[in-house]
Design a protein around this ligand. Structure first.
Ligand code: F58
Length: 841
């Protein structure tokens, strides 16, 4: 360590010849050295793994810049319709590994790291903090879609919020979930480019007033009482082995002025900083409310904040290129990821009418030709509604515009359904019942040219149950785009050993053409190949087993069946059904009635919304079961139960490749799509599941003999519901279920405490809103079938292989192609790069 420091500077070759120069390990090493020294103020000799992570990330980000700038130039020079994906959440996960993969320089980075004495890239990847800017599936979908858009060379911008605190970190204490603030920015985050010169102003509150314009016409305008500034922070999103590098533009809220000088002068110092504090809290925290609501006012402010900034940004981009704003819809296609950005319908109208003085009809035409809406839920509690009083307080001008949109819409309805007041009430944007409210799904549906669900069954239920009258009115607007996930992150990055095998078998192109995996079907009876396939799974399981040991102290056997349920904790997802089944298996082993020859490790992971009592109790319940099972010598070698704390993208990358059995057991009709189901199948897990969400399509694709189906269908559930469902009748018919319930009642899983799980038992035996009791017996039987299959390893491996082989449909590339063709009407736009920066085309 007394060697002289190497202070050589890197050659910035990457700016000149992006195809080669700068992408070799030498240049990476030099880039890292320079960033260590100049950006981080560190010497190579004393650099920590975090320093090396930062240095490598900066060096890699440098290598994205040519493509990033070239991608923007292409649009500037040759105007082309761009996708604006508006989402309150982007759960992008770790960036370094993904950018290395998409640039094709993973090997080079490994070599560069070796020169700093780091033998394995994974030690550096492990220190990366992931930005938890999303709750779950919806936010992760947005991230997969951005990656596919770039990989398909489609010009796109993702617009969202740069939350200072993302989804909370989850600790488990005494079996309970404890939430800890997620300080993802604390060590510095190297992947963003702040662009303060492109900041936008956003108003809130105040009043509207009417005035006469130049032509003497009366117009309305908004006089807000508060402002915030949105400062864009851009994250480059590179496509896989292409030059297209799209942009994720996340807005951070700043105060308009540090002080209100008037208040300051009259001596009200605290009043003066109040506005600053208020506007800076705007992008402070992501709301972890999964349906159940708190902090509503701030949430609505967040939504308007990022939507207004984003639309202003789009309009400004037209002005910069001297394109008239009336051409908006030819240059931007605006996708609303759920109703969170639905205020866009009113805000775009306001900007066009009030700022750009465009007439109503033209503005409405522009708006409805550019906006489309994706629905992600049928759950009534998740359908956004805002109290009228709150809405008019915060967004008075928007409310005026919404009234006008609604009035015109209702006029149209009156013509179509003369005398039918019921239908007017039902479809109105304003819900007149109780305290009046604004229904955001109606605003989005009226303002959008397309409305899509996220799986075939879900899209069908939108038409039949959620918005039937709208679907009758505008059948052509309603469509389906089944979700997908990116194979780059979820197979290539997460599962290198499977990826190597796939590449050996079908060639490297499967990464961008997942349908090629069909070729694997030829290998379904090839014992050697199946053995190799099983080996890749075993490698993943060993890695997860070691992770589990480090995090929880529990030892699990990698040769046992890894049975996994990872997702948000919610009653409709029915983690408690899984837990009850474990108790039944436990009882069988205790009673000596088990024909259990399939040792299992049942693994759970997921966060509960902090205010969702029942979900938190389910976590406590699982941990109570885990304590009893894992400490009972009779369970040794047969059953283990693990609750993995703090499930996130990074952990998902370890979990999916290690799973044998994927639990997709929601009450039929409740899970819009699910996307974990797809990640598991690609990685060769078999699914036990209900006919819900995309499970339906998954089962059709992999064929029914390769899927463990159980449970009531959506229509059977509806039938039970409409015929005064009573869980008691199902409990009475199932002695095993009675035993399970009794054991919980006497406090067997709560150290004798008979009260702890009472709320859960009361719910299950009382009205059982998610039909757990109705599906229990069928589920238990299906689990027995799973165990039997597990004992025939050859049959299992064949089924698993067929799952991987037939999962290509669930690539987000397929989903994005469908959006492009049927909703957005955009086409790919390859980006060409020459060695000369001046010649970028
Ligand atoms: C999920 N929704 C659906 N919402 O539940 C899932 O079936 C689907 O696969 C996925 O979207 C993608 O389409 C979801 O994740 C949220 O996280 C909301 C965020 C805002 C607060 C309420 C929950």
């Amino acid at each position: 360590s007394n060697e002289p420091f190497d202070l050589r500077l890197p050659t910035p070759g990457c700016y000149l010849d992006p195809e080669k120069a700068g992408m070799d390990s030498d240049a990476l090493f030099k880039g890292m050295t320079e960033h260590l020294f100049f950006t981080l103020g560190k010497l190579a000799t004393s650099a920590s793994p975090h320093d090396l992570y930062m240095a490598l990330s900066y060096a890699v980000k440098d290598r994205l810049m040519t493509r990033y700038l070239a991608s923007q130039e292409v649009i500037r020079k040759k105007p082309q319709k761009t996708v604006a994906y508006l989402s309150a959440e982007f759960l992008i996960g770790p960036q370094l590994s993904n950018n290395l993969l998409n640039l094709g320089i993973t090997k080079e980075a490994e070599d560069a790291l070796k020169r700093f004495g780091i033998e394995s890239l994974s030690t550096i990847l492990e220190v990366e903090e992931e930005p938890g800017l999303g709750n779950g599936g919806l936010g992760r979908l947005a991230a997969c879609y951005m990656e596919s858009l770039a990989s398909l060379q489609v010009p796109a911008v993702g617009y969202g919020i740069r939350y200072e605190f993302g989804i909370f970190n989850q600790l488990i204490r005494d079996g309970w979930q404890v939430e800890v603030t997620d300080k993802w920015l604390k060590g510095g985050w190297p992947w963003e480019l702040p662009q303060p010169d492109e900041s936008c102003f956003v108003g809130f509150g105040g009043r509207t007033e009417s005035y006469r314009d130049d032509k003497g016409k009366y117009r309305s305008r908004w006089v807000p009482s508060e402002h915030a500034i949105g400062v864009p922070h851009d994250v480059p999103v590179l496509g896989y082995r292409v030059n297209t590098c799209d942009r994720l533009r996340l807005w951070r809220a700043d105060a308009t002025e540090s002080f209100d000088f008037y208040a300051f002068n009259i001596g009200d110092y605290y009043g003066a900083v109040e506005e600053k504090v208020a506007s800076e809290t705007l992008s402070k925290v992501l709301y972890p409310n999964d349906g159940t609501d708190e902090g509503r006012r701030l949430r609505l402010k967040q939504q308007h904040f990022f939507v207004s900034c984003s639309l202003q940004d789009m309009l400004r981009s037209l002005e910069k290129r001297s394109i008239p704003v009336t051409e908006f819809a030819n240059h931007w296609t605006v996708q609303l990821n759920d109703t969170h950005p639905a205020i866009a319908v009113a805000e775009l109208m306001r900007l066009l009418i009030d700022q750009y003085q465009i007439g109503w009809d033209k503005a409405w035409n522009i708006t409805t030709s550019s906006v489309a809406y994706t629905n992600h839920t049928l759950l009534p509690e998740a359908l956004e509604k805002w109290d009228l009083s709150l809405f008019s307080d915060l967004l008075p001008r928007h409310l005026e515009i919404i009234y006008e949109i609604n009035w015109r819409f209702l006029q149209q309805l009156r013509l179509r359904y003369p005398g039918d007041d019921k239908i007017l009430q039902k479809l109105s944007i304003i819900d007149e019942e109780g305290s009046k409210s604004v229904r955001m799904a109606h605003l989005a549906t009226i303002g959008a040219h397309h409305i899509n669900g996220v799986a075939a069954l879900h899209s069908d239920l939108i038409k039949r149950q959620l918005l039937p009258e709208f679907a009758e009115l505008w059948p052509e607007k309603f469509t389906n785009v089944t979700n997908g996930v990116t194979p780059r992150r979820w197979v290539a990055l997460a599962n290198p050993s499977l990826s190597n095998l796939l590449e050996k078998e079908v060639g490297p192109d499967w990464i961008t053409n997942m349908e090629l995996l069909k070729k694997l079907e030829n290998k379904k009876d090839d014992a050697n190949f199946l053995q190799e396939f099983e080996e890749t799974k075993l490698r993943g399981k060993r890695k997860l087993a070691s992770f589990i040991h480090t995090k929880t102290g529990i030892l699990v056997d990698p040769s046992s069946l890894f049975d996994v349920q990872v997702k948000r904790i919610h009653q409709y997802k029915r983690q408690h059904l899984n837990a009850l089944q474990i108790i039944a298996q436990y009882l069988r082993i205790k009673n000596g009635t088990s024909n259990y020859k399939a040792p299992r490790t049942v693994i759970f992971g997921g966060k509960a919304a902090p205010g969702y009592f029942m979900a938190k109790l389910i976590i406590r319940f699982i941990n109570g079961i885990a304590d009893v099972v894992n400490s009972d010598p009779d369970m040794e070698g047969l059953l283990r139960v693990v609750f993995l704390p703090d499930y996130n993208v990074k952990l998902g990358e370890i979990v999916y490749p290690a799973t044998d059995l994927s639990e997709q057991i929601s009450t039929a009709g409740k899970e819009a799509s699910g996307t974990g189901n797809m990640k598991f199948a690609m990685n060769g897990a078999l699914t036990i599941g209900t006919l819900d969400g995309a499970n339906v399509e998954l089962r059709d694709l992999v064929k029914k003999e390769n899927f463990f189906l159980f449970g009531k269908t959506e229509s059977e559930i509806m039938h039970l519901k409409n015929n005064s469902y009573s869980p008691k009748t199902f409990i009475e018919k199932c002695p095993e279920l009675q035993e399970v319930i009794r054991l919980i009642e006497i406090g067997h899983f709560s150290n004798g405490d008979k009260e702890l799980f009472k709320p859960l038992l009361n719910s299950l035996t009382g009205n059982d809103p998610f039909f757990v009791m109705a599906d229990f017996e069928d589920y238990l039987n299906k689990q027995d079938e799973v165990s039997n299959f597990w004992n025939n390893k050859k049959a299992w491996n064949k089924m698993a292989l067929l799952n991987t082989a037939r999962s290509g449909y669930f690539s987000s590339d397929r989903s994005i192609r469908e959006y492009c063709e049927s909703i957005w009407k955009v086409s790919p736009m390859p980006v060409e790069i020459t060695c000369d920066i001046e010649e970028i085309t």
